[in-house]
Design a protein around this ligand. Sequence first.
Ligand code: AMP
Length: 330
Amino acid sequence: MKEVVLSGIRSTGHLHLGNYFGALRNFVQMQHEYRCYFFVADWHSLTTHPTPEDHQGNVRTVISEYLACGIDPDVATLYVQSDVPEIAELYLLLNMNAYVGELERTTTFKEKVRKQPENVNAGLLTYPVLMAADIIIHKANKVPVGKDQEQNLEMARKFAKRFNRIYGVDFFIEPKGYSFSGKLIKIPGLDGSGKMGKSEGNALNLADDPEVIRQKVMRAVTDAGPTHENQTPPEPIQNLFQLMEVASQPDVIAYYRKQYAECKIRYGEMKSQLADDLIRLTAPIRERITDIQGDEEYLRKIVRQGAEKARESASKTLREVKEIMGFKPF
Ligand code: AMP
């Protein structure tokens, strides 16, 4: 029996190069080793964006980008959260054994209260319960999460254990975090510091046109150049070399490293080369995104197929949960 991996995707924004190298590329490989569930977390998005401008369009973009990166819907289960009502029912049941005090103490909740004091809704408070339902409904035991979601995963473990204890069963397994150890690459931003991120405004999106990629790369922060030979490059320049590491040929990287070490580097030329290589790297993915997004029929089929597969697993768990709790048909 294959281990079960589950990962949720926010339904707002585009996938960027950091998402690709930090997550998607690993998912593409993992889908053959594990039973993988990838879902678009559109209910979760409502906790912060209750009136999305183009809900359907956002979901469609995310699904298309996942498919374009190489997620195979015949191998993994790719679905939209709101297509699986069983998750909402399990969420309701789990809420009866989730306590307001512990939910109020969650770091992500406290952060959101600070960020959106005008909309502290019950969905925000019970976010960890919905996340627990997402995970345990498929009995997922491996959940790739970032640092910010570790506490919520801990809550999911707590709710799973509590269910077992309260109803005297050994039913839910405890989901564990999963990190792509060894293969982790941090993709830097183009603004000279930190990492590439959706909200930082420093990202190269997989769906960006070649001209947009070129503009973004040519505007990347640099400095006045090295002042002495064999200098260690400062962060903005390191970042450019790091991007070259994922996009350029080894001899090209070696050439620019040598130019830098000998104080002969011309940043304009280096960025132009980097832009060419990044465009070459992303072009096939971008083309696939455009093709998939334009194919209504195909997308409809994929989403329907994903919902069917996800509901098969979810309804089995929910049926068993209800039996354990004492719900029996008359
Ligand atoms: P986010 O879109 O920020 O929620 O990121 C989703 C996942 O993409 C993260 O958990 C990471 O695995 C990966 N990721 C995001 N940004 C980067 C980055 N700059 N470098 C490497 N991996 C990243």
